[in-house]
Design a protein around this ligand. Structure first.
Ligand code: SAM
Length: 256
């Protein structure tokens, strides 16, 4: 039976990779590399580096899967993503059926952890449901950008006994942080934190976490908002891309 491994490789620092991931990589015959059009040369290089470093035990093949083009600003976000996932499932199914032999092990190297804002897991689920190619599959967890952010700022994700809310920049606009709750924001291309220039909110911001270009900024949101926006824009212009994550926390007692 074919085997597929979704391997979380950590979000930035090559040393974030776990021993379980290293052991899994040693079994792999084929690495499927997908190009979503959003991965930069730097991120592709990070994956290649991991293969070269940990997959010396036996020969392996790298097979590229070209992702279908995606409308970045569709009128109907959910249905557009569903269509995109269906198209990707068809491509992944074909690659697994045609490029991986029945006794081989294939891997998808997923940035950070496969369970957090990454569609690879859902696509593989869809491929399995098609029933056209049989395979066993497993997930190897990785260190997320959220964990990297907390470690680099030396903070806990939650206040004592309080909840954590994980969201995207797109959704943050409608979600005023409640007292005590920590709000973690990923995938924010528009500095959505600007919506809350609240003196009682603290922000812990990190870009390119775990990499040599890492930037960390923290403080009161009303004081830091403009500075972060400026630093972010400059870094993005210089490198041509940016990945940033932040935590917002309203000081004071919980609202209920
Ligand atoms: C498609 S999501 C993938 C998240 C990933 N699966 C994880 O476990 O962190 C991409 C978003 O993760 C965040 N991210 C990933 N790596 C990061 C890094 N090294 N530094 C800062 N943010 C990062 C950014 O918010 C980015 O827009």
């Amino acid at each position: 039976m074919r085997k597929i491994k979704l391997i979380g490789i950590g979000a930035g620092n090559p040393d974030y990779i776990t021993v379980q991931a290293i052991n899994a990589l040693r079994e792999v015959d084929v690495v499927f590399v997908t190009d979503k059009g959003e991965d930069t040369a730097d991120l592709l290089r990070a994956r290649t580096h991991i293969c070269e470093r940990y997959m010396q035990a036996k020969p392996y093949r790298i097979i590229e899967i070209q992702d279908p083009l995606r409308d970045r600003n569709p009128a109907e976000y959910r249905s557009a993503v569903a269509v995109w996932h269906e198209q990707r499932a068809a491509l992944y199914e074909r690659a697994i059926r045609e490029r991986l032999s029945a006794d081989e092990c294939g891997a998808f190297l997923v940035w950070g952890d496969p369970s957090l804002y990454d569609s690879t897991l859902r696509i593989i689920d869809q491929v399995a449901a098609l029933g056209t190619v049989a395979f066993e599959w497993e997930i190897i967890p990785g260190i997320t950008s959220i964990q990297a952010l907390a470690a680099r700022h030396r903070i806990s994700l939650n206040e004592i006994g309080e909840p954590i809310h994980v969201t995207t920049g797109r959704r943050l606009i409608d979600e005023q942080p409640a007292g005590g709750t920590s709000v973690l924001v990923l995938l924010d291309g528009n500095c959505a934190f600007k919506t809350f220039a609240d003196r009682d909110i603290d922000i812990y911001w990190g870009a390119y976490l775990g990499t040599p270009d890492e930037i960390l900024l923290a403080g009161r949101l009303d004081e830091m908002s403009g500075r972060i926006e400026e630093v972010r824009a400059r870094a993005r212009n210089q490198k041509g891309w940016i990945m940033d994550t932040y935590l917002l926390r309203k000081r004071g007692a919980p609202s209920c």
